[in-house]
Design a protein around this ligand. Structure first.
Ligand code: HEC
Length: 139
């Protein structure tokens, strides 16, 4: 009798794990789909459809330390814009990027999850909670 109970518990918790990893994956997919819409509307004109940017004007966002590195710094770039001379892949960039703080936390999380997993990039998702916390510290 006891063995059965243990077995049932194992089965139920195993099923729970499968279900939760599936929701993780479909959550990521939904975030990627929404993120692409934000990207196409607010970032594409400068950073281009393939994330390649425009040489010496708008830096690429494919395989850069800013996109793949610290999420706090990346969220900060969207919230505050950026105005520092950058050198990326041997090209220099001096044009400023304007703040996009008008985007909602969800939109920022989605667009950053999207760019961190597009154009050959592969990095962890950005959550709404992470955006909220950077925005709170910004004030
Ligand atoms: C009007 C053009 C423009 C728009 C729109 C724009 N950017 Fe930028 N972005 C730039 C420029 C120019 C820089 C370089 C700024 C500097 O040198 O200080 C930059 C820098 C960056 C960087 C850091 C450098 C790199 O290439 O990794 C990231 C990340 C980034 N932008 C993401 C975004 C995202 C996400 C959006 C949309 C929410 C966006 N940008 C919208 C022009 C733009």
């Amino acid at each position: 009798m006891k063995k059965w109970m243990v077995l049932c518990l194992l089965l139920v918790s195993g099923m729970g794990m499968v279900v939760s990893s599936q929701t993780d994956r479909s959550g990521l997919k939904a975030s990627m789909t929404r993120g692409k819409q934000v990207y196409d509307r607010y970032c594409l004109t400068c950073h281009q459809a393939d994330g390649g940017g425009v040489p010496r004007m708008n830096p690429p966002i494919a395989n850069t330390e800013y996109v793949l590195g610290s999420k706090q710094r990346l969220i900060g770039i969207v919230l505050n814009g950026l105005n520092v001379p950058l050198e990326i892949n041997g090209e220099e960039y001096e044009n400023p990027m304007a703040s996009h703080a008008f985007l909602k936390d969800q939109q920022i999380a989605d667009v950053l999850t999207y760019i961190r997993n597009s154009f050959g990039n592969k990095a962890s998702a950005v959550t709404v909670a992470e955006v909220k916390s950077v925005r709170a510290k910004n004030k």
